[in-house]
Ligand binder design. Structure first.
Ligand SMILES: [Zn+2]
Length: 427
């Protein structure tokens, strides 16, 4: 009996460690070695406890426990892997599982009951019962979240013409085929049943990148809130920061709005001896916890992500990594460095065509960024590089030309035609 309780607790620990690990693919990073090893060791301990006893090795229990963990964890990981198309892992099976991620774990319920009855091993039975109880809880919580009130947003002419083009005119079939639950067609007019703080976010990495739709109006609204929230926090903390990447491109080229297919807000910050990682991280974590935003810190990568969705309490905290959608501000750390005799602001990760620095990072000349200026953005003003246009040239070359960076090639070609024609719906 005691061993059964331990098997149950060990599976729970393995599960929590695994869903925490999923924050990496969700933020387009390969999982860290240390975090992967922790999960791997916990999984191995669970399997060992379930299948080893004083009488020797229980082979059926070994096969069932290994098989279960592999299949169930693949199902659980699917939405996070689908977040990271560049990894090459997001194939059709992953997308299918991600689409059914709210309840796909329960597909293992019948095999679990069968194995539990066929093999009389109380530790295996406890392990299977715990795994299925977690999946059932996840399903019920998603069902509950899905029933929260949503606000109905109208779609702009441009949103609608992009939607109609990508759906080849048949919205009903398109909605059905891709499971676009937010799309409201019943009332005659086309509307969008928007996501909110209490509902799961729209899975717009699918809608935007794969299907080539515009970012949903609800998500754009929340990105606006989030960008001003984060910028205000940084101002309050006295952190040097500037709008980065696609967000800066929207601010400069699209007169202070988001790109139509924007999938996150990019803000960069400058750290030094005074404004350390620790100060930045604790300042952002404290404020976000108080104001209902979720913060994820990646110290080694020099990266902070702040999500629009509120943080959940333990043990549900990391289960958010099973969700399909996310409205997020990505905050990238820069530091001053000398490269090829020039003072540059340097980051660890690659961005656009930013040149490599001597020390193996990527950097821009300091005077292009400092002292920062401001730019109108989503109804307010946000800090931007001193020479915003030169900055964009370093990242994107001739940025006046529209490039559908994150959109799959088929939908990108279809939408390129609309963007040339303008806002008239294309039949
Ligand atoms: Zn939304």
């Amino acid at each position: 009996m005691f061993a059964a309780l331990i098997a149950s607790a060990l599976y729970m620990a393995t599960y929590l460690s695994f869903v925490r690990l999923l924050r990496y693919p969700r933020n387009w990073y390969p999982p860290s070695l240390q975090a992967s090893l922790t999960t791997g060791v916990l999984a191995a301990l669970t399997v060992a406890l379930v299948s080893l006893s004083p009488d020797g090795l229980d082979r059926p229990a070994l096969a069932v426990s290994v098989g279960f963990i592999v299949v169930l964890f693949y199902i659980i990981a699917a939405p996070a892997i689908a977040f990271w198309p560049a990894s090459g892992l997001a194939n059709r099976a992953v997308e299918f599982l991600a689409k059914h991620g709210d309840y796909a774990g329960l597909w293992l319920l019948a095999p679990a009951i069968f194995a539990g009855l066929a093999i009389s091993n109380i530790k295996l039975q406890a392990f299977l019962a715990t795994a299925m109880a977690i999946e059932l809880t996840w399903f019920l919580r998603q069902l509950w979240a899905g029933r929260q009130r949503r606000r109905l947003y109208p779609l702009s002419n441009n949103d609608l013409s992009v939607l109609e083009t990508q759906a080849k005119g048949d919205l009903v079939a398109f909605r059905q085929r891709h499971g676009i639950r937010e799309l409201m067609l019943s009332t005659g007019a086309v509307g969008w049943n928007g996501c909110g703080k209490g509902t799961p976010a729209c899975p717009f990495n699918l809608y935007v990148n794969r299907l080539g739709l515009n970012t949903a109006p609800c998500c754009r609204d929340h990105m606006k809130d989030l960008s001003h929230y984060v910028a205000d926090c940084l101002v309050e903390m006295g952190v040097v920061h500037w709008l980065e990447g696609g967000s800066l491109l929207g601010a400069v080229r699209e007169s202070g709005t988001l790109l139509d297919w924007e999938d996150d807000i990019d803000i960069s910050v400058l750290l030094d001896d005074d404004m350390t990682w620790k100060r930045l991280a604790s300042g952002l974590a404290e404020r976000s916890a108080r104001d209902g935003y979720y913060v994820d810190l990646f110290k080694k990568k020099g990266f902070v992500s702040i999500s629009f969705s509120p943080p959940k309490r333990w043990p549900f905290r990391w289960e958010r990594n099973r969700l399909r959608g996310e409205i997020r501000a990505d905050i990238i750390i820069y530091r001053q460095a000398i490269s090829h005799g020039e003072t540059v602001l340097e980051r660890r990760s690659h961005k656009g065509a930013m040149p490599a620095t001597e020390s193996g990072g990527y950097g821009v000349p300091q005077e292009i960024v400092m002292p920062t200026s401001t730019v109108p953005f989503l109804g307010g003003k946000i800090a931007c590089p001193n020479q915003a246009e030169a900055y964009l040239c370093i990242l994107y070359g001739d940025y006046s030309e529209v490039e559908y960076t994150y959109v799959d090639s088929g939908p990108a070609n279809a939408r390129a035609r609309i963007d040339i024609i303008g806002d008239t719906p294309v039949q």
